[in-house]
Design a protein around this ligand. Structure first.
Ligand code: ATP
Length: 369
């Protein structure tokens, strides 16, 4: 069993900087956990504390039932894959993968079995005799992964393992890592600042900011039900649009007033806003780009009077179009069907899918509904 438990983990560096604050997480066997967040939020520090490369200032780290705070890195049964996967240039792929086991004086036949099995999993069987300089970036990254796999560790820790690869290779390796996770049935903790990697790889995602965990959830929940303004803005690309809105009652409806527009709020959300005492107050209305529609059909079905604006920029990305325009002085992004008639300079009509809208408290920045 490779479950992990992080209880009230803190990290204060010798210069007094508190990089991780009261981090709590229970990780189950075989989970693929992602630590995500902006640069400097404490992702790597947390990972390095799990690996034993950084001292834990406070709290308890367990792997299985065993407290690991003071256990040497080599005795933690963990393998780490970094973004700088320095391979030994003078050694073949085979020897690069075998090296760690040789150091541990593992019998030769066992090493051979482990290396060939890892090579099979990683599709490196035909490259075992090559030297690193004769490999592509992605192949090198797979060898680095192979060095971790041959050790058959309980837990894999990966710190931005794909960040040195070009965009196309990143996508390929992302799929490879997903397959490896399924094949190995291992527990993986993976650090990235790339929210696409986080969304596609993770069984659960831990979003961090300034050393503090903001939310721990499945990718889908995180996207659909972000717990606060930061998570809502961080997960999703292009990011969620945010507009100041005043909540008011009008003709039996609850509305969000955005500048001159009165946007009707659906009943379930209206109830939460009313019960929360938000009538008459200004809140933040969040709407994802895909929930802004410029199609005639959607606009006609919307209970609100359509909004209008002038398209500042039109971007065709093949399967979708991004439109950029202002709503009450704030630039918003809409992700619409490529068959749209809206072009740069056009004055267009559009409406929000308010069933999918989010409301945030302007002061606490927590999600209201
Ligand atoms: P990135 O995505 O840029 O790698 P991160 O989320 O992994 O960022 P960490 O490397 O964990 O961030 O660093 C967290 C914070 O701790 C940063 O503000 C960093 O400057 C600080 N920090 C890291 N190492 C030390 C150190 N040895 N001494 C003091 N502060 C440090």
């Amino acid at each position: 069993m490779a479950s992990l438990s992080l209880q009230h983990i803190n990290k204060t560096y010798p210069n007094g900087f508190q990089a991780v604050k009261d981090f709590n997480l229970e990780i189950e066997d075989k989970e693929f956990i992602i630590f995500v967040g902006p640069s400097g939020c404490g992702k790597s520090t947390t990972l390095r504390m799990i690996a034993g490369l950084e001292e834990i200032s406070g709290g308890t780290l367990k792997i299985g039932d065993k407290v690991m705070n003071d256990v040497e890195p080599k005795d933690r049964d963990i393998a780490m894959v970094f973004q700088n996967y320095a391979l030994y240039p003078h050694m073949t792929v085979y020897d690069n993968m075998a090296f760690g086991l040789k150091l541990r004086k593992v019998p030769k036949d066992q090493i051979d079995k482990a290396v060939r099995e890892a090579a099979r999993i990683l599709d490196l069987e035909k490259l075992l005799d090559r030297k690193p300089k004769a490999l592509s970036g992605g192949q090198r990254q797979r060898v680095a992964m192979g060095r971790a796999i041959v050790r058959n560790p309980k837990v894999f820790l990966m710190d931005e393992p794909l960040s040195n690869l070009d965009a196309k290779l990143r996508v390929q390796m992302r799929i490879e890592i997903s397959k490896i996770h399924q094949r190995l049935g291992a527990t993986i903790i993976y650090v990235t600042h790339d929210q696409t990697e986080a969304m596609t790889l993770g069984t659960r995602i831990v979003v961090m900011k300034d050393g503090v965990v903001q939310q721990v959830d499945t990718p889908q929940h995180l996207y659909e039900q972000p717990g606060n303004l930061f998570v809502a803005g961080f997960m999703g690309s292009p990011q969620m649009n945010f507009l100041d809105a005043q909540i008011a009652e009008k003709g039996g409806d609850l509305i969000a007033k955005v500048g001159e527009y009165d946007i009707v709020i659906p009943a379930a959300k209206a109830k939460v806003l009313k019960d929360g005492g938000y009538v008459g107050k200004t809140v933040v209305l969040g709407i994802r780009p895909e929930d802004i529609h410029d199609s005639q059909m959607f606009i006609e079905a919307s209970p609100s009077v359509p909004m209008t604006s002038t398209v500042k920029v039109y971007e065709l990305l093949g399967a979708e179009v991004f439109l950029y325009f202002d709503v009450n002085g704030t630039q918003v992004t809409a992700r619409v069907d490529p068959r749209t008639n809206s072009k740069t300079g056009d004055t267009i009509k559009f409406a929000f899918d308010m069933e999918k809208s989010h409301f945030f408290d302007k002061e606490t920045e927590l999600t209201i509904c």
